[in-house]
Design a protein around this ligand. Structure first.
Ligand code: BYC
Length: 474
């Protein structure tokens, strides 16, 4: 493993300079990427100086460098963590065998599909968030949005490197396709559902980074166990950056809840909207929406793909080492399935239930975040609890799709769903109200009325810091 060359045209620690063909292929892709970024990345703001962190090393002690950067000049690079384990595959049918440094022929299609699916989400999220800069509640938040965006761009680079390096011509074609699909476009949509959902406002954005990026965390954790070592090492490094994205989401919602509580206490009727804030029931409806579309991202509860990926030692579980049995051949997972339209408990062979196993880890993590929000409400002495809905609520993928459930997970009729859905999911009038609050605040140290300032700023700077230097006064 070479050290990171930050000043190469494509910063990398994969000895790109030694592989001229690969380097040329990636240098051909680079202008297409930049064209995509200018066309589909953040609208406007491309000439402004943003206080960004750039990955410059894979050492935990000093991997990031903070400075003012114009986004199109961001140093998107390719970084793999050094091999950390003993070089043996840790789960599935190939347990104990040496990890693969090339793609095993028999798994080529599955691996390409996993990498393309992962890669597709990265530009999709940038496309979804492209208009948000115009309504940022503070310079701090504006900077965080762009940080997330450039890092999603880097994650796309990470997957494109794997496609170019290991999958020959079809890999190169897939890399081009990643720049051609468009979030929400009916003719050439992004692959997974949540990445075609509109992210219209900052409440959507914080929910997206809380719940959808958190699916990213768990998928990356599962892939970082892969027997295909380049995938394991790439995803491991992506996780370091991903942590910040979830921080943005979780603390963003925390700050909105905190502000809602302050406003509730100011108004004799606890009417947050009358004071221009975001009320807790509205926040709950957005949680219900983004949690459920993100839960879909784990795939079907009973999945032969999941079984094949695990058996093929391609995709493990979150922290595979914490499990005793790495074969999962004779185990069963007990789940509520639909039989003749009714919920019935069933034993499912564990390998087929791997999507559900990963979803379990995800749900626990979401619950932890939700408890932190509830603590703010409790400490304010208010009687309200935010809740993560049932895994069956509002699902469009898997065994519960096509059926109707309350947020508590009780099965209901289509009519009951239609009667209640505006209480459970953001209604048109919620959306209109949230949108009405979205006014930009670009003054240093100032913040919109509907959200509290963060407890601290970025990289030891205070909240009152010029996180974005505009080329022109806005
Ligand atoms: N939407 O066996 P099944 C991130 C398809 S996020 C639409 O149930 P499988 C990020 C599926 O493709 C992490 N279609 O599921 C976050 C299959 O299609 P075919 C992204 C869906 O394959 C924020 C069929 O349904 N990474 O990084 O076991 C910002 C039956 O599939 C959906 C990954 O996803 C859906 N939600 O599991 C930026 C990791 N779900 O075969 C970035 C790679 C399923 O009928 N992907 N389908 O054509 C995978 O491991 C798996 O593909 C999935 C699905 C977990 C997504």
């Amino acid at each position: 493993m070479s050290t990171v060359d930050r000043f190469e045209k494509i910063p990398n620690n994969v000895n790109l300079g030694d592989d001229r063909r690969l380097q040329r292929a990636l240098e051909t892709w680079q202008p297409d990427y930049l064209n995509w970024w200018m066309e589909m990345g953040p609208t406007d703001f491309q000439k402004d100086w943003i206080y960004l962190r750039t990955a410059i090393s894979v050492e935990p002690s000093g991997w990031a460098h903070f400075d003012y950067v114009k986004m199109p000049e961001y140093r998107w690079g390719i970084f793999l963590t050094p091999p950390v384990h003993d070089g043996a595959i840790k789960f599935g049918d190939f347990s104990g065998q040496p990890v693969w440094n090339e793609v095993p022929g028999e798994f080529r299609n599955w691996l390409r599909r996993i990498i393309v699916t992962q890669g597709d989400t990265e530009p999709a999220s940038v496309e979804q968030q492209r208009l948000l800069g115009h309504t940022a509640p503070s310079l701090y938040d504006l900077r965080n949005l762009f940080q997330v965006n450039v890092e999603e761009g880097r994650h796309l680079w990470a997957m494109v490197y794997l496609l170019h390096r290991f999958f020959g011509r079809d890999g190169r074609e897939e890399a081009e396709e990643l720049l051609h699909r468009r979030s929400g476009n009916p003719d050439k949509p992004r692959i997974l559902g949540a990445f075609n959902q509109p992210v219209e406002n900052w409440l959507d954005f914080f929910m997206f980074t809380m719940f959808t990026d958190r699916d990213g965390k768990y998928q990356l954790l599962a892939l970082s166990e892969s027997g295909f070592d380049p995938l394991a090492r790439t995803t491991k490094f992506m996780l370091t950056e991903e942590a910040h994205h979830m921080f943005v989401g979780e603390t963003g919602i925390f700050r909105i809840v905190q502000r809602a509580c302050e406003l509730m206490k100011q108004d004799p009727n606890q009417d947050v909207r009358s004071l221009g804030g975001l009320d807790l029931p509205t926040i709950q409806r957005y949680i219900n929406l983004w949690y459920s579309v993100s839960a879909d991202l784990f795939g079907g509860e009973i999945s032969s793909n999941a079984s094949n990926y695990f058996g093929g030692s391609l995709k493990g579980r979150c922290q595979e080492e914490s499990y005793k049995d790495h074969q999962a051949k004779d185990e069963y997972y007990s789940m509520a399935v639909m039989e003749d339209g009714k919920l019935v408990e069933q034993q499912v062979p564990m390998r087929n239930a791997m999507n559900e196993v990963l979803r379990d880890s995800y749900i626990e993590d979401c619950q932890r975040g939700c408890s932190r929000w509830n603590k703010v409400i409790q400490e304010a002495g208010l009687d309200f609890q935010l809740k993560i809905p049932s895994r069956r609520f509002h699902r469009h993928i898997g065994i519960y799709s096509g059926f109707y459930f309350t947020p508590e997970g009780e099965q209901i009729t289509h009519e009951a769903w239609e009667r209640n859905k505006d209480q459970w999911l953001p209604s048109e009038s919620d959306r209109a109200y949230v949108q009405s609050l979205m006014k930009p605040v670009y003054e240093i140290g100032k913040i919109a009325n509907w959200i509290a300032p963060p407890a601290r700023g970025v990289n030891t700077n205070p909240f009152e810091f010029e996180y974005v230097r505009f080329e022109h006064v806005r």
